[in-house]
Design a protein around this ligand. Structure first.
Ligand code: MRU
Length: 346
């Protein structure tokens, strides 16, 4: 891949600015945790695993700048850093997973000197980023086998290199099938209102020379009914214990259409996207974003001023629509409740 989504460089966090793609490839530098929190909230960086990496790096930046004499004082201030980062976006569980992992590392080293803890947190954040790339490749290895020669794969939103440390989850599956020499093509839903499909998925697939066709969201049913789509693969923001999956708004419609047309609908996600503390999708918090994302396109109004708007950023696809959940540890099918527990050794 010819871009870096996020990296720790010269004691700063560098991110490709996803609000400016595909027009401009600009990299922003963040020197403090408040900047990283703003970047997550403002979707400079987005996608569940990438948000997790950003939050971990934000914690490391915050820890670096804490002035304290005792571990107690350090830990109190670190809790504040974590709270600020945790309040940025509510749905993707990877954010909370990464913050908890960083907190545990600090706690495990509470008897060491503070400089050691700061360095250890920095190393942990970089490790989370490197691991995510490996995890995506493993997801690709498992999922790529499910994609047949000659397949046309529909994906929704962007679950690609831009949504992870690189390679992607849903796009990791597609990349792996392509790298295995299979002649496949992708249909990318544009993904209103934020246009992750049009702006990001189309951009990164074209960069890698993977054949991609862009469609608007309301065309998916038309192409499925015509037999033009043979599989669907999407990412996930949070997967409940029963397999219900929160992902970008519009994913549920794709899944229902896929079932109606007898097309397998797969979810690709790392184990860090599982939230087995939540029984079903009904309990997943759904972020509601600003109305202007719906009323405006690139700053231009496309609706009458003052119109009432709803803008949930995610929806939940019930597990019964999902043909398989592709993780770095393998593909889970059937009785999700039982199989997901077994996957994480519970
Ligand atoms: O609002 P976004 O762009 O952060 O939403 C992203 C998605 O819904 C992705 O499909 C999901 O996070 C998986 S990314 C590998």
């Amino acid at each position: 891949m010819s871009f870096r989504t996020i990296e720790w460089r010269d004691n700063k966090v560098v991110m490709i600015d996803q609000t400016r793609l595909p027009g401009e490839e600009v990299y922003n530098e963040y020197e403090d945790f408040q900047g990283v929190a703003e970047a997550i909230r403002g979707m400079i960086i987005r996608g569940a695993p990438a948000i997790g990496v950003a939050a971990a790096m934000g914690v490391a930046l915050g820890a670096r700048d804490i002035i304290a004499d005792t571990y107690e004082s350090f830990s109190r201030q670190l809790a504040n850093v974590c709270d600020v980062l945790a309040r940025t976006r509510p749905t993707a569980v990877n954010l909370f997973w990464a913050i908890e992992r960083m907190k545990r590392v600090a706690e495990a080293n509470r008897d060491r000197d503070l400089q050691f803890i700061r360095e250890t947190l920095k190393a942990e954040a970089i490790r989370i980023e490197q691991e995510d790339l490996e995890i995506c490749r493993a997801i690709g290895r498992h999922g790529g086998q499910l994609i047949r020669e000659g397949a046309t794969v529909l994906t929704h939103c962007n679950a690609g290199g831009l949504a992870t440390a690189g390679y992607g989850t849903a796009l990791g599956v597609i990349r792996a099938a392509h790298e295995a020499g299979k002649n496949i093509q992708v249909f990318a839903d544009e993904t209103r209102p934020w246009l992750q499909g049009a702006r990001l998925t189309a951009w990164e697939l074209m960069k890698d020379g993977i054949p991609v066709t862009l469609i608007s969201d309301n065309m998916a049913g038309y192409f499925m009914k015509k037999g033009a789509i043979t599989a669907c693969v999407v990412g996930a923001d949070r997967i409940a214990a029963n397999g219900d999956t929160a992902n970008k708004i519009g994913t549920y419609s794709v899944a229902v259409l896929a079932k109606e047309n007898k097309i397998p609908f797969y979810v690709a996600a790392p184990v860090s996207t599982l939230d087995l503390s939540i029984k079903s999708g009904d309990d997943i918090p759904i972020e509601e974003r600003h109305a202007s994302e719906v009323t405006h396109l690139q700053g231009l109004p496309v609706a009458p001023e003052g119109v009432k708007v709803r803008n949930p950023a995610f929806d939940v696809t019930p597990a019964r629509y999902i043909a398989g959940i592709i993780t770095e540890k393998g593909v889970v099918r059937g009785d999700y409740e039982k199989e997901l527990k077994a996957l994480v050794g519970q």
